[in-house]
Design a protein around this ligand. Structure first.
Ligand code: GDP
Ligand code: GDP
Length: 474
């Protein structure tokens, strides 16, 4: 299921960045600075009221000038086109301005979008009377929020995202042949027959690995021109590429099933595979949204880097997204062919330096063009996925916790030693470990890092981030 995209639009100073920060709970958003994209778009991951979504701050649209459409940068328009929901922010204190009317005129032509007028800065004023004039925009009801305090924000997101989630769920059920097959299979079952019991056992055995465990979703992401399509082509082989000639929309990635050594995979193709000999067929441009959705939806992400370009800030931003989403990661340094040894050495030392904070991920040096090193990627993909989904038990996690605290005790705070009592699994993919104890809010970050590293080493987790949550008491 693709993650919904919410775009924030509005004239400068209405509070878009404030709302953005509130939704993403972070100040370091991915600032798109890819070739072909303007600088001031910000992309963030958000989770509010139980919904995951991607939020875009479309930057300063100033509708007061003539021809809003021309004034909005092309990418800003694209962001609106690609969004499921447009939150059109206005300033309840400043009241209705000509710029707001200009933007509303533009948005009203986009009938297919869920567009909500959001009156911000309603704190400390009589909101209802201040908001009344915004009905003139002709875009329906006005949601009232105070982004700075967070008031009304969760309720707003619940209101817009709940129906969307339902709609997506419905279409997922309609499209799912698997579930139909499953129904038929269940109906054909007759439990009165003894032979069927054996069959049922067999089926249950399959069930226990779970359908998700049989299919690993791989997203191939990276900046434009690093070699994503070349790598996808190489992985799929020529035959499949010819079969696979589906029209990709600008919005959606294409999901390509494949099999290798008995393992099923789905390649999430963000680049658009080029048909051999018809290189110019691909018209799709690089899309940040597509990339972020692919990361959200994948089990394992192949972050592709161009050896000839080195590691850029955008690579690090993408990395931040992958870690934030808790996805398993394999780093692919592409275009490793025909490089002098001193260049190779330089690239390797740069990697060591700039990526030292993700020492858990495998790094592969490959040539997608010539195929060298490509086959080995799958070993790391399987390993990362296996690590991310490996079974953890309360007794094992608690034993590891005891070993860790024996080797290195948590510090004393105010004359009392911080006590870590036991740990249990909190989730998989990424592995989540919940640690219970006393004075948990006093536990220093350095000790948290120590524990995290200790768990990683003890559980031999490679290729996946792990999360440790600390809970007070029992
Ligand atoms: P942007 O240009 O649309 O991104 O607007 P900003 O997020 O930078 O906000 C512009 C100004 O409005 C800043 O000084 C914010 O502190 C202020 N502001 C944002 N949200 C609120 C709010 O809910 N209440 C009040 N009183 N001020 C706000
Ligand atoms: P994408 O935008 O990330 O999908 O990148 P492409 O797959 O379209 O590749 C961009 C350019 O890099 C093309 O000219 C490719 O032929 C070239 N390229 C891709 N992989 C390699 C590689 O392993 N070695 C070399 N030398 N060139 C490559």
């Amino acid at each position: 299921m693709t993650t919904p995209v919410v775009a924030l639009v509005g004239r400068p100073n209405v509070g878009k960045s404030t709302l953005f920060n509130r939704l993403t709970r972070t100040r370091d958003a991915l600032v798109a600075d890819f070739p072909g994209l303007t600088r001031d778009r910000k992309y963030g991951q958000a989770n509010i009221a139980g919904y995951d979504f991607i939020v875009i701050d479309t930057g300063g649209i100033d509708g007061s000038e003539e021809g809003v459409e021309e004034k909005m940068a092309e990418q800003s328009l694209l962001a609106i086109e690609e969004a499921d929901v447009v939150l059109f922010l206005v300033d309840a204190r400043a009241g209705l301005t000509p710029a707001d009317i200009g933007i509303a005129n533009y948005l009203r032509q986009r009938q297919n979008k869920i567009t909500v007028v959001v009156a911000n800065k309603t704190d400390g004023i009589d909101a209802d009377s201040h908001c009344a004039e915004f009905y003139q925009l002709g875009l329906g009801d006005i949601a009232q929020i105070a982004a700075a305090q967070g008031r009304g924000v969760a309720q707003l997101m619940e209101t817009v995202l709940a129906p969307l989630a339902e709609k997506m769920e419905e279409s997922a059920v309609e499209n799912s042949e698997d579930s139909e097959e499953q129904d038929e299979w269940e109906q054909s079952f007759d439990f009165s027959d003894e032979n069927d019991t054996a069959l049922l056992d067999e089926a249950l055995e399959e069930e226990s690995t779970g359908p998700d465990h049989k299919n690993i979703k791989i997203a191939i992401v990276g900046r434009p021109n690093v070699g994503k399509s070349t790598l996808t082509n190489r992985i799929l082989g020529e035959e499949r590429v010819v079969v696979y000639d589906l029209p990709g929309t600008t919005r959606d990635s294409i999901y390509i099933p494949m099999e290798r050594d008995g393992q099923h995979y789905t390649i999430i193709d963000t680049a658009g595979v080029r048909k051999r000999g018809k290189v110019h067929l691909t018209v799709e441009k690089f899309s940040v949204i597509k990339t972020l959705q692919a990361i959200q939806d994948a089990n394992v992400v192949l972050l592709t880097i161009d050896a000839r370009e080195g590691i850029s800030d955008q690579d690090l931003s993408l990395l931040g997204f992958i870690l934030n989403a808790g996805r398993s990661l394999v780093i692919v340094v592409n275009k490793w062919d025909g490089l002098d040894q001193d260049v190779k050495d330089r690239v390797k030392s740069e990697l060591d330096r700039r990526l030292d904070f993700i020492d858990f991920a495998r790094v592969h040096f490959i040539s997608a063009l010539h195929g060298s090193g490509v086959g080995n990627l799958f070993e790391s993909v399987r390993e990362a996925y296996a690590c991310a989904t490996q079974k953890m038990t309360t007794s094992l996690l608690t034993r590891i916790l005891q070993m860790a605290t024996d080797e290195h005790q948590p510090p004393m705070v105010g004359g009392r030693r911080i006590k870590l009592k036991y740990a249990h699994p909190g989730g998989y993919n990424p592995p989540i470990i919940v640690v219970h104890g006393n004075q948990m809010d006093k536990l220093p970050d350095s000790y948290k890092r120590y524990l995290s590293n200790y768990y990683r080493r003890s559980l031999k987790i490679v290729g996946s981030p792990i999360r440790i949550q600390f809970q007070e008491g029992n």
